[in-house]
Design a protein around this ligand. Sequence first.
Ligand code: DP6
Length: 329
Amino acid sequence: MLTTVVARANSNVALAKYWGKRDEQLNLPHTGSLSVAMAGLTTTAAVSLCRGSESDRIIMNGAPASAREGGRISAFLDLVRERAGRRDRVEVDVRTNFPVAAGIASSASTFAALALAAAALLGLVLSEAELSALARRGSGSAARSVVGGYVEWLRGYARDGSDSIAVQVAPASYWPLGIVVAVTDEGPKRVGSREGMARTVRESPFFASWLATHDTDLATIRRGVLARDIAAVGGAAEHNCLKMHAVAMAGPEGLIYWNPATVAVIDRVRGLRAEGLPAYFTIDAGPQVKVICPRPERDAVAGALEQVPGVRRVLLSEPGSGAAVVERA
Ligand code: DP6
């Protein structure tokens, strides 16, 4: 019998965003979304049987998880246990090699790695689609981190969420983009995506417009990926990102995820384009800016963004793989 399984998953960056749930319990989105896995921005989750223990033991980046984080992970493990018909308590050791909870989708890589490791440990044999639906229950964007390369998370229509899964649009090798993350703040964000999108759905007067125009962006980005057309993908991704932030800002609480350096990076990316460098930005629920460009231009883009006042460091990435088991014992 297995006693430990270790799995690894990359984070992902959404080019067409997920922002709004139609079912908060099942984590079902109002729209589809499309992302690319980010190689090297990785979470490793080790899950081990914890015999005789009454509760799960959860370590995150070397320290016991807070009650909030630990509760969310234990609730997710309950779903896996229920499905496997097992009651085992487990020890979970999660390590993420990039700033957590700061808008680089650490919940995506965490729940994708955790879903795979916990399911394997508890004897569940799942297809990629089933694993994606399971990871989605932990965090919506985790549904996409199960799959490698360019990935679309289908909105789905089934009430139980079984068709709200991620599928590969193209493997990583199909289009070797360069990805640069400009980190402008290493600290955790104040309003997480979960709460931010819930407020947006409830309160933003622009939410209906976001929904009405999202599918066009998604289709443009899907087609652009298949045609390896950086201008089409980048243009639509920027527009989709700005709409997501606009709809969040338009609620009564005016959610602003950016800081001055975020805006300075946007400006610099536009400047690079004016100089002939095809770089395009996108921003998730935090102040970091993710920039896509042709792979040979990545160093030039990174060098330029490093010089922007307020940028603390840049992370280099490229399209990566899906979740994988790295050790069984
Ligand atoms: C802005 O997947 O973190 O990064 O499902 O509540 O866990 P939950 O939210 P989460 O939201 C990600 C939002 C986003 C856009 C995206 O990744 O598509």
